[in-house]
Design a protein around this ligand. Structure first.
Ligand SMILES: NC(=O)c1ccc[n+]([C@@H]2O[C@H](COP(=O)([O-])OP(=O)(O)OC[C@H]3O[C@@H](n4cnc5c(N)ncnc54)[C@H](OP(=O)(O)O)[C@@H]3O)[C@@H](O)[C@H]2O)c1
Length: 348
């Protein structure tokens, strides 16, 4: 099969990638596994962070296995099923993700995944959008669910509204009836407003974002803060000035481990005074299905920073790593109208 492969991540994942036309295909699906022909894949920071942090240690090399294809999130076509997954017919279009980078990632023509990690593509939903919801969409949904009361007009601050997680957080918060304030740079203000933010703060125009938030006076407090960025570093430990006493600060993205260290510093020594949660996304089929429904009824519309062709994967990673993608980065992997290898009689 065609696949982008890496065996090392030095000096970086994208600089170590090579495109192959005869890469080893994944093994035949067993138990509840599915063999998927990948149609579209979306990139996430963990695609390079995880292998770069761990690959060169022997343990992670064993966990991932090399040569490996990067990528965890996709939309694709079921082409074979394990004996416990035969309720899914061959040809069904599904979307979902691996929990972490694996040897047979999404930037390859085929992958194998367990049936409980996918959902069936609803009618009318496009493949590129569906490929982009499983990581950032679930993360944003998880950050909001349980922290805001649907329909109660809760007030949410989303730090970093224009990236992968931010765009979902804005749209899901609006679907839950929240009032949304988002931060972004000047060029992304129109985007954040268009997808539903009630108010946008241009972080590039503010010398001190924390002081700006704190100076808004009583009645301007938030019920929930979702921080997708990790800067400014004072956002958490100053947030008692604009986050309600019973409110929660959800840390989704961090600039570095220093973000966490400052957050766990005790309040009596000058640390933060509000509930602090380090969000760790968990696979959740219920949320995955709900995101598909929201795509279907256009409650959520995926904003992409371009759909890259398969041969442009390196450029796509460079854009992601810049930290300035506008929405999700999607890669077209296979032509959805082309026949797959199995129908040409090539077995696995
Ligand atoms: N905890 C979890 O389970 C989990 C899950 C998914 C992702 N994450 C993490 O969450 C973070 C965000 O992920 P992502 O996919 O949304 O990233 P992303 O798509 O790369 O985010 C890029 C966006 O961030 C904006 N941005 C950059 N600096 C900013 C600042 N100082 N203030 C406000 N906006 C700023 C950029 O806007 P401008 O270009 O306008 O600056 C850009 O639109 C990453 O660190 C990722 O690793 C964590």
């Amino acid at each position: 099969m065609k696949a982008w492969l890496y065996t090392t991540t030095s000096p970086s994942l994208e600089k170590s990638l090579t495109l192959h036309n005869n890469a080893l295909a994944p093994p035949t699906p067993k138990n509840n596994e599915l063999l998927i022909q990948v149609l579209s894949a979306s990139l996430n920071h963990t695609d390079y962070q995880y292998p770069e942090q761990f690959l060169n240690s022997g343990l992670a090399r064993l966990i991932i296995g090399t040569p490996a294809s990067p990528g965890i999130e996709f939309c694709g076509r079921v082409t074979a099923t394990g004996p416990l997954a035969q309720h899914l017919k061959e040809g069904t279009i599904v979307y979902g993700c691996h929990s972490r980078p694996t040897q047979f990632g999404t930037l390859a023509e085929y992958l194998v995944i367990k049936a409980d990690k996918i959902a069936i593509l609803p009618d009318g939903v496009d493949i590129n959008s569906a490929s982009a919801v499983s990581i950032c969409g679930i993360t944003a949904y998880q950050a909001l669910e349980g922290n805001v009361k649907p329909g109660s007009g809760s007030s949410v601050l989303i730090n970093g509204g224009s990236g992968g997680c931010g765009q979902f957080a804005i749209q899901i918060a609006k679907a839950m009836g929240c009032r949304v304030t988002a931060t972004c740079s000047t060029r992304n203000m129109e985007l954040c407003l268009r997808i539903g933010a009630d108010e946008v703060i241009d972080y590039t125009a503010e010398e001190d974002l924390v002081r700006k938030l704190a100076s808004r006076g009583s009645g301007m407090e938030f019920d929930c803060i979702i921080d997708n960025v990790g800067t400014p570093s004072t956002l958490y430990y100053e947030c008692h000035r604009f986050l309600k006493e019973e409110g929660v600060f959800m840390q989704v993205g961090v600039e570095s481990v220093r973000t966490y260290l400052r957050a766990v510093w005790p309040a009596f020594l000058g640390g933060g005074r509000r509930r602090y949660v380090i969000l760790r996304r968990v696979d959740d089929n219920r949320r995955l299905v709900k995101l598909g429904e929201w795509l279907g009824d256009r409650t959520v519309q995926v904003q992409t920073d371009g759909v890259y062709e398969f041969h442009d994967v390196v450029k796509a990673f460079e854009k992601l790593r810049s930290g300035h993608a506008r929405g999700k980065i999607v890669v077209r992997v296979s032509d959805p109208h082309a026949r797959d290898m199995q129908s040409f009689g090539i077995g696995f």
